[in-house]
Design a protein around this ligand. Structure first.
Ligand SMILES: [Mn+2]
Length: 328
């Protein structure tokens, strides 16, 4: 029988933390600042409560987040890993598949799902899912409810990094008064905002700048000038010696074009495997388009994966965006 899962089990989650000792914390593949910041904040907090905590991701930690304390304790999944735990925390992951192979470590443990994606499927035994700017806001809320005295500089820096990443330094419309209030509280712990923002946003490698130069040459705009897109064929990476990590943030360029409402980035991850990132500026809900291709996300930032060639993916997604934008 299917359970009717709720989206706010904060009190139950507090009970679970108080009554268990061994935790595994994970998050989605292609880690970003919100998921790395959130898992480190939760790890630091739980360890201060005397709990045993392991952190496993089915991916490497991107270099730009290696400045965060304890980031070197994040293990990359491999089939030989053996971890004893009673409770699994999945952070910032809209559905169970987002944690990828880390799911193989799970048997009958309690699953706690903490996330801010509106399309979260509430797959946890317990869920804390609201439309906060970042998952780290919910981690902060949990910490405040449980034991505020455990906040320290490392913990505050992890949460601040998550907030800064997911709000684009408090510029995106997901930024709420609460987001600024939390940030103000964190600043009491000597968080170095300038240092964090440089690590995240001004940390280009030579290869990543060269990659951006090539990608910008692929810029296309539709006849209404409301939709702009760029693409990264796999061979671009080889030509400049870049990695997919160097492609981070590129979708911001087509979105920054004057008058554009929807921006799309097509990445040829492998032949016949195209990752699509969708962004919007004001009114267009890009998650609607992502859902058409079994993807997900937020109204202003979403993504999907198409199993076809680059050109075909481009044609299908841009057509779907055009179809959808006519309704506005
Ligand atoms: Mn997030």
């Amino acid at each position: 029988m299917k359970k009717m899962n709720k989206n706010n089990d904060l009190d139950s989650i507090i009970n679970i933390i108080e009554n268990n000792d061994r935790f595994l914390v994970t998050s989605h593949v292609n880690p970003d600042g919100d998921n790395i910041g959130s898992i480190l904040a939760l790890k630091i907090f739980l360890e201060q409560l005397g709990k045993k905590v392991e952190v496993v991701l089915d991916d490497e930690v991107p270099d730009c987040f290696s400045f965060l304390s304890y980031s070197q304790d994040i293990k990359e999944y491999n089939p030989e890993l053996e971890i004893d735990f009673d409770v699994l925390f999945t952070l910032d992951s809209g559905d169970w598949e987002r944690i990828s192979d880390v799911a193989d470590l799970v048997d009958k443990q309690v699953i706690v799902n903490i996330d801010h994606h509106a399309d979260n499927t509430l797959y946890g035994d317990y869920n804390l899912v609201t439309d906060a700017a970042a998952t780290a806001e919910l981690i902060y809320q949990l910490i405040i409810e449980l034991d505020k005295s455990k906040l320290n500089q490392d913990l505050a820096t992890a949460i601040a990094t998550a907030l800064i990443t997911d709000t684009g330094s408090f510029r995106y419309s997901n930024t709420r008064p609460e987001t600024h209030q939390i940030m103000a509280d964190l600043l009491d712990f000597d968080v170095d905002v300038n240092y964090i923002t440089r690590q995240i946003f001004e940390n280009n490698t030579y290869q990543s700048l060269m990659l951006k130069a090539k990608v910008l040459e692929t810029l296309e705009v539709d006849e209404t000038a409301k939709i702009a897109w760029v693409k990264i064929p796999e061979h671009f990476l080889e030509e400049v010696g870049a990695t997919w990590e160097d492609a981070e943030g590129i979708v911001g360029y087509p979105r920054s074009l004057q008058g554009v409402e929807v921006a799309v980035l097509f990445k040829e991850y492998r032949p016949q495997e195209i990752k699509v990132s969708l962004r919007s500026n004001e009114y267009f809900a890009v998650d609607k388009v992502a859902h058409q291709f079994d993807g997900g996300g937020h109204a202003k930032a979403a993504g999907c994966l198409l199993e076809c060639g680059l050109e075909e993916a481009e044609e299908k997604v841009i057509e779907a965006v055009k179809e959808e934008i006519r309704k506005y």
